[in-house]
Ligand binder design. Structure first.
Ligand code: PBG
Ligand code: ZN
Length: 322
């Protein structure tokens, strides 16, 4: 026998030498849900280990996280007053603006703050854009979304991450940011975001479930792959700095395809139900949490992701799983 692949698997040292993918804590972004009020740490039932924080508690938790190396976060504002026109989404006194200001005051540039830009937590109907006759109207949503991105940038956000899936939103936000002198604020686009049941626990966490209907008229159909490349290309052309694939675990082929078709960094979002499935199975002792989590993280990397957004990040760094 000439070919014996097992030669290169003989012991941990040689296995480490030839490993094709490496993971680093620098690749991780950790999501947070922020609510109004004081002294609030509200565990989310459907996401064991994840809570909603009021800004004061958020600051304390981020400080603990920073010591572990969690220095990039993605913020979601929860529980704001909801309106048909979602104007609370760009209020300069929104909970998200407050959170950004307090975090920057405490941690300055040692913390990199990304913010989710979408209207679903701010509309009475829970859709990601403005509703006209039961249809999510694309063009009237763009202005609100752009204002929301600008309000985050004004508060001090380092990067904005639009997750609404309206057509043309990257161009609208880029223009709005540039016209207001935020030329250096990058946009991480949820470029290929599928209509997915894997967002179920998140919608409980963010109180953002659509009251009526679903998101299929704006989020992508999970039967499609070529369309993901079209979406990523459009967002790149409109000025996105990073393109994201979401969800991640059931979409490794999409991560790979997008990676091979852009020169931008590719992020993936390991979403709420992907997290919950692992946590619940681990709590029941049916699986080994560390091994499953790390196998998933390497799978994202092997598929081509350069950036991983995951609720597991805190556990990975706290328990030294890297
Ligand atoms: C808002 C948004 C969602 C997620 C991120 N931003 C929910 C949705 O589109 O319904 C999902 C994140 C997760 O499931 O962890 N549009
Ligand atoms: Zn939304």
């Amino acid at each position: 026998m000439i070919h014996r692949p097992r030669r290169l698997r003989k012991n941990p040292i040689i296995r480490e030498l030839i490993a094709e993918t490496r993971l680093s804590k620098d690749m991780f972004i950790y999501p947070y849900f922020v609510v109004k009020g004081k002294g609030i740490i509200q565990p989310i039932d459907a996401m064991p280990g994840i809570s909603r924080f009021s800004v004061d508690e958020l600051v304390k938790d981020v400080e603990r996280g920073l010591k572990l190396g969690v220095n990039k976060i993605l913020l979601f504002g929860v529980g704001e007053d909801k309106f048909e026109d979602a104007h609370s989404s760009y209020d300069k006194n929104s909970v998200i603006s407050d959170a950004i200001i307090q975090l920057k005051k405490n941690f300055g540039d040692s913390l990199y703050i990304c913010t989710d830009v979408c209207l679903c937590a701010y509309t009475t109907h829970g859709h990601c854009g403005i509703l006209h006759d039961d249809y999510v109207d694309n063009d009237s949503s763009l202005e609100i979304l752009a204002k929301m991105a600008l309000s985050h940038a004004r508060a001090g956000a380092d990067m904005v991450a639009p997750s609404d899936m309206m057509d043309g939103r990257i161009a609208a936000m880029r223009k709005m940011l540039d016209e207001n002198n935020f030329v250096n604020t990058p946009i991480m686009s949820y470029a290929t975001k599928y209509a997915s049941a894997y967002y179920g626990p998140f919608r409980e966490a963010a109180d953002s479930a659509p009251g009526k209907g679903d998101r299929k008229s704006y989020q992508m159909d999970f039967r499609n792959l070529n369309e993901s490349l079209r979406e990523a290309k459009l967002d790149e052309a409109e000025g996105a700095d990073i393109v994201m694939v979401k969800p991640a675990l059931a979409y490794l082929d999409v991560i790979r395809a997008v990676r091979e078709n852009t020169h931008l960094p590719v992020a993936c979002y390991n979403v709420s139900a992907e997290y919950t499935m692992v946590k619940v199975a681990a709590q029941a002792n049916f699986i080994d949490e560390q091994k499953i989590v790390m196998e998933n993280m390497y799978a994202f990397t092997r598929a081509g992701a350069n950036i991983i957004i995951s609720y597991h990040v805190r556990d990975i760094l706290k328990n030294n799983w890297l």
